[in-house]
Design a protein around this ligand. Structure first.
Ligand SMILES: Cc1cc2nc3c(=O)[nH]c(=O)nc-3n(C[C@H](O)[C@H](O)[C@H](O)COP(=O)(O)OP(=O)(O)OC[C@H]3O[C@@H](n4cnc5c(N)ncnc54)[C@H](O)[C@@H]3O)c2cc1C
Length: 412
């Protein structure tokens, strides 16, 4: 039995079951996270026969703080008003555990979701557009031919397809199968939740740079809880649960952090080039996380969309997928390249230069305006002189969240 989109929306996640499929496919997408779901949505919307494979679709909670930047929100082709729990136009940035400067934009800079809800929402839209979902136990093998791709799954079953989009995240099995000796560059983050009932005040969005090393600690407000976490741009920096509890204690006055989980973030997308015609990578599997802030959802959604459309074009108009995907990904790669060197300089000289730059009123005002305007990192830096004239983004996705501003307040 295939899942209909209604069933995914209505059933409890654990009730969702998938069935076997055989025969030849047009497009198989491995991974039902934001990259895979959006690739499926766009390809299925163009009439492509799409099958999504996931180890644990629906019933899973991807470790993630669930912060959606303005540009990520604006990219979504359907409403997310029902699942964005909070949004904000304010942020406090600090150095170490110290509270630093409060920055305010005229519009929304971030919306906050619970990742499980967000992923299910995107997946529902992909299924509604016509994609199918199948749960698999294991991905065992990959064979690339000029005319087709074969995926070996579970106990040796082979699926044949014209195209594959690999969107299976930072630990990508597909990438290891395709590039067995390829180096993976990754960051790491640890997150947990604190119930609002344990807090004596309502915190707003906060980032504390340098805590931990080569990264930052965060506080993100949600409806009934607050998400706290630690991010490092170097996987070799060790993060521990105790470090997270200490951070929570210093920021929120309690170390009662629940459900602490960690996961890597996929880097290196600046140099990612599509080399195979029939196998495309998207999201963290393609190294699409921006290393300064560890933001990955925007590029996952965007690269998924571009990969889905590249395959749809290749199937319908015979334009090679590799060619159109490489061309359309150019702005993302350029943005990541900029993010890589800014991130290196920022964290290396954090106390001497990086944080001082952030404290500069003109620079911080330009940055916050750029974020509210939905600009990418590259666009903000390139057009910095024009930032005083940037207006907050007014797309449908942003307007529907305007009333949910939760700026929070500082502890007494
Ligand atoms: C703790 C933490 C906090 C973060 N916070 C933010 C944030 O606030 N904002 C932001 O923009 N980014 C954040 N990120 C980054 C963001 O979570 C990722 O960039 C984003 O999830 C990437 O989406 P994706 O679809 O590429 O991969 P994923 O979301 O990882 O999805 C991959 C999918 O593939 C499936 N899969 C994996 N392996 C297999 C396999 N072998 N076979 C079949 N299926 C498989 C998984 O089940 C999953 O459904 C955070 C990351 C971490 C670790």
């Amino acid at each position: 039995m295939w899942l209909s989109w209604e069933s995914v929306r209505l059933l409890k996640p654990e009730k969702v079951k998938q069935d076997l499929v055989s025969g030849k496919h047009e497009l198989i997408i491995v991974g039902a996270g934001p990259a895979g779901a959006m690739a499926a949505y766009w390809a299925a919307s163009r009439g492509v026969d799409v099958t999504i494979l996931d180890r644990a679709p629906v019933k899973r909670a991807k470790p993630c703080a669930g912060g959606l930047s303005t540009k990520a929100l604006a990219l979504l082709p359907f409403s997310v008003a029902d699942i964005v729990e909070r949004s904000t136009s304010h942020i406090i940035v600090g150095l170490g555990n110290n509270t630093g400067v409060a920055l305010t934009a005229e519009g929304i800079i971030c919306g906050f979701v619970v990742r499980e809800d967000f992923d299910r929402h995107l997946l529902n839209h992909a299924l509604k557009a016509g994609a199918r979902l199948r749960r698999i136990e294991e991905l065992r093998g990959l064979t690339l031919d000029p005319e087709q791709v074969q995926l070996e799954i579970n106990g040796g079953e082979v699926l044949s397809t014209q195209y594959v989009i690999a969107a299976d995240g930072a630990n990508s099995r597909m990438r290891r199968l395709a590039v067995p000796h390829g180096a993976f560059s990754r960051g790491f983050a640890l997150e947990g939740t604190i119930s609002r009932s344990k807090l004596s005040f309502a915190p707003g969005m906060e980032l504390n740079f340098g805590c931990p090393r080569l990264g930052y600690g965060w506080v993100f407000p949600k409806a009934d809880h607050v998400n706290v976490g630690l991010y490092t741009s170097q996987e070799t920096v060790r993060l521990s649960k105790d470090m997270l509890r200490d951070f929570a204690s210093s920021k929120l006055g309690t170390d009662q952090v629940e459900s602490i989980v960690g996961f890597p973030l996929g880097f290196g997308g600046a140099s990612y080039r599509q080399t195979e015609e029939r196998l495309l990578f998207a999201g963290d599997a393609a190294g699409m996380v921006e290393p300064l802030l560890g933001e990955g959802i925007y590029n996952a959604i965007r690269s998924g969309e571009l990969a889905g459309l590249a395959v749809a074009n290749a199937l319908r108009q015979q334009r090679p997928a590799r060619e159109s995907y490489n061309a359309s990904m150019r702005p993302l790669r350029r943005d990541l390249r900029r993010g890589e060197w800014v991130s290196k300089l920022f964290y290396r000289y954090l106390e001497e230069i990086g944080f001082k730059v952030l404290q500069n009123r003109v620079i911080s005002a330009g940055l916050i305006r750029g974020y509210a305007a939905g600009r990418t990192f590259h666009q903000i830096i390139d057009r910095f002189a024009l930032m005083p004239w940037q207006k907050p983004l007014q797309s449908d996705r942003i307007k529907e969240l305007d009333s949910r501003d939760d700026s929070g307040c500082l502890p007494d």
